[in-house]
Design a protein around this ligand. Structure first.
Ligand SMILES: Nc1ncnc2c1ncn2[C@@H]1O[C@H](COP(=O)(O)OP(=O)(O)OP(=O)(O)O)[C@@H](O)[C@H]1O
Length: 446
């Protein structure tokens, strides 16, 4: 578990020594500053969880320092210490953003309890802010099924869960990469800190930059106030970057710097900030190929690919389909107050034979539609409407060569989402000859 970082601002060396010794013994990491100027600098670069500030400093008072620290990061709780137990001072300090006011000499055990409470409240707030859909998704088990492929994934995932190294999750669309990323966080040592996810494909370069790194007031025309980046929100927790293969190449070196130096800079800022995040990245692309073809920076690829978890496609673990299907049917039946909806043997067979280009997401959609439309408590083959062409039957032994070719081509087309160029590449023929075949069948009908 990562240690709590405290910034201690006091110009009396004796006071600092006493507090630092006690707090270090009790599991805190303490950085020190002796003036308003040093405090600002230390606060920015050390990113404390709490700052403890003596009221009177050689170059000013805590009242001047508080708003400046709040501008750097309003989420960090501030504790003010003073030699005089004055109510007015306390009120003023709280107005300026202090969470707590303590009178010197401070009893160290009391300080420790105050710090622990402030830190846990802060983490609680961070978690709520960052994790909007946590409750909805937290119970999904990414390893449903009994296939060797899913057991292998579980074994690998358990080994890397508690490490701080980046993890690259690969797999086809809908196979459960995000579910696995969340599981890594929720079962791991960072579970009490935020899980923050960001889809790199959905954002332009500028938006991605400002979402990830945040910005200072005035960094660009519409930056009317300073904004925390998601990296800061995810501090001590996990940053999940989905579709990392689509991350703009201009943003990639900045992410590499975060991974290597644990530092980053908000847009428009002149100083680095420290951050401690575990990166989980996901992609459905072949990133190794992308890096060879210079579409993805190879240094970043090497940095994020030491631990790779590959989520198998559903068709590679067909024996798990009934288990997953029963899980979804129980969920859907329960939600509609209908009790468990069962599968007829012919439906189960069809589900297992289908190629599932959209993987688990598609399986859930197909079942949801069937449950809605049929209204029966048992689903048969006829209730299932697959999203791609009907290729759910295994290729028969008694087909002619032409029929075999046609079925195979249809399957590949479905798997490639109807994309002729990609299907042609997979089939090893030219696009025009694939078109010619498809046209011919269209004219002749099924
Ligand atoms: N093991 C599982 N049990 C139950 N539901 C699952 C499981 N795995 C995935 N799902 C569901 O399938 C859908 C797709 O999963 P997820 O978003 O994790 O896939 P993905 O690989 O990240 O997809 P994409 O590449 O499109 O982002 C989600 O609705 C998810 O809840």
């Amino acid at each position: 578990m990562t240690r709590t970082r405290i910034l201690l601002v006091d110009d009396e060396p004796g006071v600092r020594l006493g507090m630092k010794g006690y707090l270090t013994q009790h599991g805190f990491d303490v950085d020190e500053a002796t003036s308003v100027a040093e405090a600002q600098e230390g606060f920015r670069s050390h990113r404390p969880d709490v700052a403890v500030i003596d009221y009177r400093l050689p170059d000013g008072t805590a009242l001047e320092l508080l708003p400046r620290l709040k501008e750097i990061d309003a989420a960090v709780p501030l504790v003010v210490l003073t030699g005089h137990g004055s109510i007015e001072l306390a009120v003023q300090a709280v107005k300026e953003g202090a969470e707590q006011f303590l009178t010197k000499p401070v009893e160290l055990a009391v300080l420790k309890v105050v710090l622990e409470r402030l830190v846990s409240q802060r983490r609680e707030r961070q978690r709520h802010a960052a994790d909007r859909s946590r409750t909805a998704r937290s119970r999904v088990d990414p390893f449903l099924g009994d296939s060797a492929a899913i057991r292998f994934l579980q074994d690998q995932a358990e080994r890397v869960r508690d490490s701080d190294s980046p993890v690259l999750v690969t797999g086809e669309t809908g196979s459960g990469k995000s579910v696995l990323a969340r599981w890594l966080h929720e079962g791991g040592s960072r579970k009490d800190a935020p899980f923050v996810d960001l889809n790199c494909a959905a954002l332009s370069k500028d938006l991605l930059d400002s979402e990830l790194f945040g910005h200072e007031k005035g960094a660009f025309t519409s930056a009317v106030a300073a904004k925390q980046g998601l990296l800061e929100v995810a501090d001590r927790g996990t940053l999940f970057l989905d579709e990392i293969g689509d991350m703009d190449v201009a943003v990639q070196p900045k992410l590499l710097k975060v991974l290597e130096e644990k530092r980053f800079r908000r847009l428009g800022d002149v100083k680095d900030r420290r951050v401690d995040v575990r990166l989980v990245a996901a992609t459905h692309q072949d990133l190794s190929l992308a890096s060879r073809e210079k579409r993805f920076r190879s240094d970043l690829y090497f940095r994020i690919s030491t631990l790779i978890l590959h989520v198998p496609a559903l068709r590679e673990r067909a024996e798990d389909v009934p288990v997953l299907a029963r899980h979804f049917l129980a969920e859907m039946g329960g939600a509609r107050g209908r009790g468990q909806v069962e599968l007829e043997p012919d439906a189960e067979k069809a589900l297992m034979a289908y190629s599932w280009p959209g993987n688990i997401r598609e399986l859930r959609n197909v079942l949801e539609r069937a449950v809605l439309l049929s209204g029966a408590s048992r689903l048969s083959r006829g209730d299932l409407r697959f999203e791609s062409a009907p290729h759910d039957e295994p290729l028969g032994d008694d087909l002619t060569l032409e029929e075999l070719e046609r079925r195979h081509i249809e399957r590949v087309m479905a798997r490639e989402g109807g994309h002729v160029e990609r299907a042609a590449t997979k089939l090893g023929i030219s696009r025009s000859s694939l078109y010619a075949k498809l046209k011919g069948w269209q004219h002749r009908g099924p």
